[in-house]
Ligand binder design. Structure first.
Ligand code: FPP
Length: 244
């Protein structure tokens, strides 16, 4: 049973296995992505319905640009279509959408759809949806370092002012640390996903491909998380914190 007092504040999902889901059914990879997108919508309804506040999604990594041109183009078009189509849904849900990642080399049409979605949902108070798109965790640390170095060079801050809090303020988004990271499709690695924010996250790996990862599977991940002992490097067990 899910315990409301032990809900994670921030959940990350590495949505993997769209391609294999399609392949197993003799369908093109593009259909796998479409099924993944359909599933994501259902999952997000479920997640925000249970009052989870922060969700981060790995939608497209910087390395994904090295995939076949046809697949990259399909995914970019899918993002534009979805961001336009679901803008009202997300706004009505009260979810504020933010993005993490680099602008270049995203096509202009994708960037514009992203910015429209951010703008339309900026008043949302029910939850935050952080979409990692053209994202790499190591690049996020590089970009944070550049921002801070510029501030030092411009004399806005001194070296002594560089603290953990300042580092966190200069990441793509200043979000609470990840409590739980779910990766679908059987791979047991983190693949450069929010490596700073994942420092003390609990990991949950499942063999299920993302398009088949349903609300009940998400609940199983939550229950597994709630049964873990989080010690944050200390001896005593820290009580799982309640939702903010
Ligand atoms: C990984 O599966 C999935 C992706 C690279 C794309 C994820 C995108 C969606 C689920 C579409 C909707 C998302 C948003 C945020 C609007 P894969 O292609 O690596 O699968 P494989 O490992 O089986 O080949």
């Amino acid at each position: 049973m899910i315990e409301n007092s032990k809900m994670p504040t921030h959940v990350g999902i590495i949505m993997d296995g769209n391609g294999r889901f399609a392949k197993e059914r003799n369908l093109p990879r593009s259909l796998g992505h479409q099924e993944g997108a359909k599933n994501l919508k259902e999952l997000l309804y479920h997640i925000y319905d249970m009052n989870l506040k922060y969700v981060s999604l790995f939608a497209f990594s910087t390395e994904n640009f090295e995939r076949e041109e046809k697949e990259v183009r399909f995914l970019m078009d899918l993002f534009v279509t979805l961001f336009k189509k679901e803008l009202k849904t997300l706004k009505d849900l009260g979810v504020k959408v933010v993005f993490s990642g680099r602008k270049e080399p995203l096509p202009e049409r994708v960037w514009e759809a992203m910015m429209d979605l951010v703008d339309a949902t900026k008043e949302g108070t029910k939850g935050i949806l952080n979409i990692c798109l053209n994202y790499g965790g190591q690049y996020e640390i590089v970009d944070m370092t550049k921002k801070i170095a510029e501030k030092v060079l411009e004399g806005q801050i001194k070296i002594e002012d560089i603290t953990k809090e300042l580092v966190e303020k200069n990441l793509y988004q200043n979000l609470p640390p990840l409590d739980l990271i779910i990766r679908t499709s059987g791979e047991q690695r983190i693949s450069n996903f929010m490596i700073y924010q994942a420092a003390y996250a609990e990991y949950y790996f499942t063999d299920t491909y993302f398009p088949a990862f349903k609300a009940k599977d998400f609940d199983e991940a939550l229950i597994a998380y709630q049964n873990r002992n989080r010690r944050f490097g200390k001896n005593e067990t820290k009580e799982l914190s309640g939702n903010e």
